[in-house]
Design a protein around this ligand. Sequence first.
Ligand SMILES: [Zn+2]
Length: 310
Amino acid sequence: MHGENEPSEGVVRFRRCPNCQSGSICPLSGFEEKNLFVCGGCHFIFDVRIPSAEVLDAFYANYAYSVRKNCPAPTRVSYNRLLDKFEKYRKTNRILDVGCGQGDFLIEAKKRDWEVHGTEYSPAAVALCEAAEISVSTGALKAATFGPLKFDVVTSFEVFEHINNGFEEISTITEMLRGGGLFYLTTPNFNSVLRYLEGQEFRMIAYPEHISFYTSRSVANLGTSAGLEILKTETTGLDLGRLKAVLSCGSGAPRQLTSGSVRVQESNELRSRISGSYSLRAAKWLVNAALTITGTGDTLKAWMIKPDID
Ligand SMILES: [Zn+2]
């Protein structure tokens, strides 16, 4: 798969862009220490190191899924808003979530009588899905796994930053969609305002967990290269706790970043308050509109359609 790549000081590095295979790649200015490269062809930003199977196994062994974690109410609300929008694609009644984790999204889809399918690497997560009666295939996404089945909608939440074969993955997804079907993808946005403020300390840069970094432009290039039509891309959300920490650091105050679990709790509380108040919802809509226009929100969302040529 990585035929053109050679080991250098014991680490195998990409010699070409892993997505478009262009040889025109160079270190990303300001991110050299983090081994980030950018492709001159498709603008994709990636960690130039190719983690070995041993490195990945050692890292993901600690990705615990031993017990089901509660899906926060605001997440369920946003899944259902998304499912409302997916209704107009419902034809075969089949939906697939690639990298479905413990199956929270598919559980909501199943309540709406979708025929749900998932793929997931972690055997522990697959066991949790099976306990919730969600049909999941273990391991890498392969079109053959589902035989001739085609899907109305394929989703992939926060997966593409973990893999460095994005083109291969999206090509398989395209193959599995019916003509006119939808691929919906979310991934962290490399052009988040936080990345401009934090530079190389940007939390999202985390080898070997995060090795691919997308922007509206490069994710659209990826979809187009796989034969999908880009319906829209948008960027939403800002980690306000992190923004506050970065800004107070800039003003000379001691750098103190809120811990991950406290931030998640704060952010869930904030989301509950926002969903309960009309004026806060309106404010959130305005902020998200501004983030989409400037392309600087934390989360990048892409809507792509497989052309219907029948
Ligand atoms: Zn490229």
